[in-house]
Ligand binder design. Structure first.
Ligand code: SF4
Length: 344
């Protein structure tokens, strides 16, 4: 029988574990220390627990870390790791070093249900939600783990479509008994699930990034089917109502498609709908995917668009494209081939 994994459990869940196996309550904090502050891979290495406690725990539990199966390296230093999840599925995780920063881009689902037409993960369909163990294992088992400074939930899947496991992972990352990271080091990206955005804002203090891509209803609907049920107007209403403090950032991701969403009319409408929200726009040049009808704008056009938004008073930046040559850049993650192999 498969043992239950301790890695990925919150402090309250570890307290429940200690009760279940009749261990003293203080053991939960000790176990959390071993899981999230030390470098161990087996319960037997938890040497400040008595041998009896370790043996009792080991009957039903294991730590549950698993190393990546494969790595692809970009000429720009970005790396893409392949992890096995959900018994026979695969996900990808990107590691992006940049001067003094090192960011991990984690996945929260195998595939995705959201069907954004410009995204390889969307084309893969949905294979399942990752557990908190599988979400945080990408972080802990990354060979560059000790160098990480930032974390973005922008890999495969829609994080807020797996909000229970997402929130547990944030709890472990940001609490003193866990990794003790500042929430300002973490950004969660979403297509804009309005009810879950509200819950995320209330229950965590991490930054929020919303994929916008068009300020026009009809156009956005063609790019992102989620617009049908979660119109951006209502999403912005949730964000306006919440009221951000200076510690917390809301940004809008804007994939720029040549000749589609890059006109003066788009700039004017973006300024109108974002009026009154203290935010930034992050422009991402479209990365081509097989069969896509879109084109990527050149850098000069991208800079012109950015400057026009800045002139309207919206702080706008251009996200550097990283890992394009290994399909690790935004919208390019896919494990469709690996999944096919295991379903044969
Ligand atoms: S862009 Fe994000 S939400 Fe949309 S299909 Fe891709 S992974 Fe899913």
């Amino acid at each position: 029988m498969q043992k239950e994994k301790l890695y990925g459990k919150t402090l309250n869940e570890l307290i429940a574990v200690t009760k279940r196996v009749s261990l003293p309550g203080f053991a939960a904090k000790q176990i959390a220390d071993w899981l999230y502050k030390k470098d161990i891979f087996t319960i037997d290495e938890m040497t400040n627990l008595s041998k009896r406690i370790r043996d009792t725990l080991s009957v039903d539990y294991e730590i549950g870390l698993s190393a990546p199966l494969n790595i692809a390296e970009s000429s720009d230093g970005t790396k893409k790791y392949l992890y096995k999840v959900l018994n026979d599925k695969y996900i990808e995780t990107a590691y992006i070093p940049d001067k003094g920063r090192a960011t991990i881009c984690v996945s929260t689902q195998a595939g995705c249900k959201m069907g954004c037409v410009f995204c390889m993960t969307g084309k893969q369909g949905f294979q399942g939600n990752l557990s908190v163990n599988e979400i945080l294992n990408q972080f802990r088992s990354l060979p560059e783990f000790s160098t990480l400074t930032n974390m973005v939930y922008m890999g495969m899947g829609e994080p807020l479509d797996n909000i229970t496991e997402l929130l547990k992972s944030l709890e472990i990352l940001t609490n003193d008994w866990g990794y003790g990271w500042s929430p300002t080091r973490i950004t969660v990206s979403t297509v804009g699930l309005k009810n879950s955005i509200k819950e995320f804002l209330e229950k965590s203090r991490c930054h929020l990034a919303v994929s916008l891509h068009s300020p026009f209803d009809e156009e956005r609907r063609k790019l992102m089917p989620i617009q049908r049920t979660n119109p951006v107007k209502e999403v912005l209403g949730v964000i306006r109502d919440f009221g951000f403090n200076n510690q917390r950032r809301v940004s809008f991701e804007y994939i720029l498609f040549k000749g589609l969403n890059d006109t003066p009319g788009h700039i004017k409408e973006l300024a109108r709908i974002l009026n009154g929200i203290k935010c930034r726009i992050n422009i991402i040049r479209f990365h081509n995917i097989p069969g896509a009808e879109f084109q990527s704008p050149d850098m000069a056009e991208t800079i012109r668009f950015k400057e026009a938004l800045n002139a309207k008073g919206i702080l706008t930046t251009i996200r550097a494209s990283r890992g394009v040559d290994i399909q690790a850049a935004c919208g390019l993650l896919s494990t469709i081939e690996q999944n096919k192999m295991t379903s044969r």
